[in-house]
Design a protein around this ligand. Structure first.
Ligand code: SAM
Length: 219
């Protein structure tokens, strides 16, 4: 068991949550999850002192752990609509932080990562933290057909378009939350499945690393 030095980081985490409130995150369940999950444990110890700043940070394989505000924004969309036993798929495990936040909200969490090193690190991290999150190594643009349907699917990388398999794997009344745009900036879009119809709404702009795969950007 590592010494997580949480006596030092808890006050920084409280400040981060206060800042999220000031930035407009108002869902109390979400804010509680951000208080609970120790973000510093999802980055290299060289970054622990900056882990509670509202910025993305580097992780292995040239990828990033998303900015806390971005994670809170996407999580709030899920929390607004689904009770805590809902089934949620995340595409783009990265550090595992977003998945851990969803887990803290009580969701049944499934997550897919295409980079083997990140997948292995996340598996180890979840085990050490006692988090029951199901992980898969592979192309998340194809979803996880064996585990469908999902009440919510969050894509945490920027896509050129909507991956059809993800829409198909939504439950009735399910929502896909995905940043779509060019390689540099994307607009968050929400696809809400109601029976055989899908309704789309637009939200704010963000900058994500690219979603690479059969239904995303080509390598
Ligand atoms: N959610 C992550 C976290 O909490 O740390 C941050 C995700 S990072 C911004 C985007 C991740 O998506 C990267 O780890 C990248 O390797 C992954 N990714 C990109 N394309 C993917 C794909 N087709 N399937 C699964 N993961 C993918």
């Amino acid at each position: 068991m590592i010494n997580d030095q949480d006596h030092k980081y808890r006050p920084k985490r409280e400040e981060m949550v206060q800042k999220l409130r000031e930035m407009g995150i108002s869902n109390e369940r979400v804010l509680q999850a951000f208080l609970q999950v120790k973000r510093h444990l999802f980055v290299d110890s060289a970054f622990w002192d900056v882990a509670y700043q509202d910025s993305p940070l580097p992780i292995a394989a040239n990828q990033t752990i998303s900015q806390p505000y971005t994670v809170a924004y996407m999580t709030s969309i899920v929390a607004e609509h689904y009770p805590s036993d809902a089934k949620v798929l995340e595409v783009g495990t990265g550090s595992g932080y977003q998945a851990a936040i969803l887990c803290a909200l009580g969701y049944r969490v499934f997550t897919i990562e295409r980079q083997e090193i990140l997948y292995q690190q996340a598996l180890k991290r979840f085990e050490e933290l006692g988090l029951k999150i199901q992980c898969k190594l592979g192309d998340g643009t194809l979803g996880w057909a064996a585990m469908k349907p999902f009440d919510a699917i969050l894509v945490t990388a920027g896509s050129p378009d909507v991956p059809r398999p993800l829409i198909e794997q939504l439950a009735d009344d399910g929502r896909l939350v995905i940043p779509i745009g060019d390689i540099k900036t994307q607009q968050m879009r929400i696809f809400h499945r109601q029976g055989n119809q899908v309704f789309e709404s637009l939200a704010d702009h963000f900058a994500f690393v690219p979603l690479i795969g059969k239904e995303g950007w080509k390598e």
